[in-house]
Ligand binder design. Structure first.
Ligand SMILES: *Cc1c(COP(=O)(O)O)cnc(C)c1O
Length: 490
């Protein structure tokens, strides 16, 4: 175990020097004073070293490759951080009225417009704090649409069985029943099952469908246009989970495909950080049918620019908004970072982001499909899924491969998800990694496959080089110890 800050404490040592007081002193009331606060007594240098060392114990994108599928762990450019720290943004009080925050509102307005443009949609709300909250917003919008039309029998949402866990959870939270659709042998939605779900009397109960494009198998559903038509013809609306926009940006517009509403993960696609469940932004975008239901407030241009005056922006509730989802303006710091990212890349740049993300994933797939089983071995989007087990080596599972990767300084891929693939390893390299990094990963994965056959224990006992060895993950999650205290010593 690393020493805690209390272990390096030395009585009488101090990290600050206070100036002499230049006002009269007086006694503090004794009954308010504690005799012992048990603060660590350390020098400034000790504190700096302690926290710097601690920061190296965890893996992060700034430290190494992080191919965690579905999470888009791309590099977060430092210029985003510089922009978010500009005092005019960082110190702006959320209660400042519109006239005092025109710069921030202009930024949000432009970001809304760019996201609308990338999606091919009319309206965007930056309110939701996470992808899952964006999903909830979109599904509540669909619900309100049906309820307002008096179409109250529509209580079911269709969700493919390759979905992200948040999708069915969102539908349940919004009060819907979920019908799970099977996938066909190519990883597409099973069209026969979809036709049956939308046929005859069933059609009247369909509120909509929620589908990830490309799916969590990394696959672009070849029948997507037909799927959208089938659900629309049944009277349902189409929600696209856009967490995987890193495979579509600048190339495919969900609005043009026929979707009605979607969410973005700015903390994936648009390079805002997302460690430790930190603040994110699950912006929702909607087309003509649903834009008036968007959560609010959203930023509108309330007075156009004239020759003498700049445009005037204001916060407004969309006409039939489902309401607020988040205090104030959402996570504004994330808006600044995503805005900076889009300004740096521009329209052509983000198209290349998508192209390179897709190229990198296909490169790894093509290099590894002879060593690992790739169940849907066709052109993938920004990620692909393979199976982490080997014929004749019963003891080795996907988890062991993942743990062993940590010994090579690589973050594990996503394990056991999507659920429909045996021993799934979902690999997403992102566009920010160069060929040398991808080649190293490919070499390491081949080496691990060899180790699995020659010396499986080295995998099943991994990791060997990390600060802590294999954890009881359930206990680690249930009994979190997030801070140290001197009490632990006694
Ligand atoms: C990450 C992700 C989500 C959820 O986003 P959060 O910000 O973690 O709530 C939803 N769907 C898919 C496909 C995702 O990858």
């Amino acid at each position: 175990m690393e020493p805690t800050i209390y272990d390096i404490s030395v009585e009488g040592r101090t990290g600050v020097s206070l100036t002499n007081v230049d006002v009269p002193t007086s006694e503090l009331p004794a009954d308010l004073l504690r005799s012992d606060l048990r603060f660590p007594e350390v020098s400034e240098l000790q504190v700096v070293r302690h926290f710097t060392n601690m920061s190296h114990l965890n893996h992060g994108i700034d430290k190494g490759f992080y191919p965690l599928g579905s999470c888009t762990m791309k590099y977060n450019p430092k210029i985003n951080e510089d922009m978010a720290r500009l005092p005019g943004f960082a110190h702006l009080h959320p209660l400042t009225d519109d006239s005092g925050s025109q710069g921030a509102l202009a930024l949000m307005y432009e970001l809304q417009n760019w996201l609308a443009e990338i999606a091919g949609f009319q309206g965007v709300s930056l309110q939701p704090a996470a992808g899952a909250q964006g999903e909830l917003a979109g599904i509540l919008m669909i619900r309100k649409y049906h309820v307002e039309r008096g179409d109250k029998e529509r209580t079911t949402i269709l969700v493919p069985n390759s979905a992200h866990g948040t999708n069915p959870a969102t539908c349940s939270m919004a009060g819907f029943k979920v019908i799970e659709l099977p996938s066909d042998k190519d990883g597409n939605v099973d069209l026969e099952a979809l036709r049956a779900a939308c046929a005859g009397d069933n059609a009247r109960t369909i509120a909509g469908m929620m589908i990830i494009v490309p799916s969590t198998l990394g696959l672009f559903d070849r029948n997507i246009v037909e799927i959208i038509e089938l659900v629309h013809n049944a009277g349902g609306l189409l929600y696209m989970d856009g967490a995987n926009m890193n495979a579509l940006m600048g190339v495919v517009k969900p609005g043009e495909l026929g979707f009605d509403v979607m969410h973005y993960n700015l903390h994936k696609t648009f390079s805002t950080p997302h460690g430790g469940g930190g603040p994110g932004c699950g912006a929702v975008a909607a087309g003509e049918t649903l834009a008036k239901y968007l959560p609010g407030p959203v930023v509108q241009m309330v007075e156009a620019e004239t020759e003498e005056t700049p445009p005037l922006y204001g916060l407004r509730m969309p006409e039939k908004s489902i309401g607020r989802l988040k205090a104030f303006h959402g996570n504004f710091g994330m808006h600044v970072r995503a805005y900076a990212y889009l300004r740096v890349y521009g329209a052509e740049g983000i198209k290349n982001v998508t192209r390179h993300a897709v190229l990198n994933a296909n490169y790894i797939r093509a290099k590894l499909h002879d060593t690992y089983r790739v169940p849907y071995d066709r052109h993938c989007g920004h990620e692909f899924v393979m199976e982490g087990h080997f014929d004749g080596v019963e003891s080795v599972h996907a988890l062991d491969i993942s743990k062993r990767l940590m010994d090579y300084g690589i973050h594990p891929p996503t394990n056991y998800f999507p659920l429909i693939v045996r021993e799934a390893l979902l690999i997403e390299p992102t566009e920010t990694e160069d060929k040398a990094t991808l080649d190293n990963f490919i070499d390491v994965m081949k080496k691990i496959a060899q180790e699995a056959r020659e010396n499986p224990e080295i995998l099943t006992n991994a990791p060997h080089t990390t600060p802590v060895s294999r954890l009881d993950e359930v206990r680690a999650a249930k009994q979190l110890v997030l801070c140290c205290s001197p009490v632990l010593e006694t």
